[in-house]
Design a protein around this ligand. Structure first.
Ligand code: HEM
Length: 217
């Protein structure tokens, strides 16, 4: 079992499954952010409610951290293996592999960097506030790290576009990893993938624009 888990194919399956869970997290996270459109009071009560069940939230955060580590560590190991393996032995090798799959590791590492900045400002700031704070105001701060700040908003949009490209390629390769027939890949699964790489990122970008142009204010 352990041997399979850490074989090349086992690692690809780990990357695919953890990547899928992270995408599902993004769907929930987008719903949380869309609550901003329903006004200050609703948003504050939602965050305050999440704080009131904070033990449960902590457990989920540890789960999420574990899934992120599975994704990142396996991706880095696979990328090293791909770079050193099979050069010259096969028609397809590290040098001839589709350039997309080589850029996955780089887009992934930049997304990880965005992620650290995002948590440093939003998640960490929210940790310091108590249940009765005005979280809504913090969402709109015109200060580096928050979305009322135009340069920060631009960095966010760029990061989300990169996430979109990363998810698009990720979903295409998930289906190949699991050997899904082309008929399904071109049918229903294509639309599932579009939800994750197009609709959800577009939702995040709409929230950022709404803050920047003052629809959310
Ligand atoms: C419009 C864009 C976004 C906004 C406004 C936003 C807002 C927030 C806020 C306010 C928090 C803190 C929540 C809390 O502690 O109660 C948070 C946490 C988080 N965000 Fe985002 N976020 C955005 C985009 C993203 C993206 C694109 C990702 C994925 C790469 C992401 C991943 C996370 C994660 C993993 C957490 C920690 C979750 C937790 O502790 O429960 N966010 N975000």
């Amino acid at each position: 079992m352990m041997k399979f888990l850490f074989s090349t194919i086992g690692q690809k399956i780990q990357i695919a499954l953890s990547g899928f869970f992270l995408s599902v997290f993004l769907l929930f996270h987008l719903f949380n952010n869309l609550v901003l459109f329903t006004g200050e009071e609703n948003f504050n009560s939602m965050v305050s409610f999440l704080k009131s069940i904070h033990t449960l939230i902590r457990i989920m955060e540890f789960g999420l951290l574990g899934i992120i580590l599975l994704h990142v560590v396996n991706a880095i190991i696979t990328s090293f293996k791909n770079n050193s393996a099979n050069n010259g032995k096969y028609a397809v090798n590290a040098k001839t592999a589709p350039s997309n799959s080589k850029t996955m590791i780089w887009s992934g590492l930049i997304i990880l960097f965005f992620f650290v900045i995002h948590l440093r400002y939003y998640w960490f700031t929210f940790q310091l506030l108590d249940k009765s704070a005005n979280f809504y105001d913090y969402m709109l701060l015109d200060k580096f790290g928050f979305l009322g700040h135009t340069p920060t908003a631009i960095i966010y949009v760029a990061a989300i576009l990169l996430i979109s490209a990363h998810l698009r390629h990720g979903f295409l390769s998930i289906f190949k990893t699991f050997g899904v027939p082309a008929s399904l890949r071109d049918g229903i699964l294509k639309y599932v993938a579009i939800l994750f790489w197009a609709v959800i990122p577009a939702g995040f970008i709409i929230v950022i624009f709404a803050i920047q142009i003052g629809i959310i204010n």
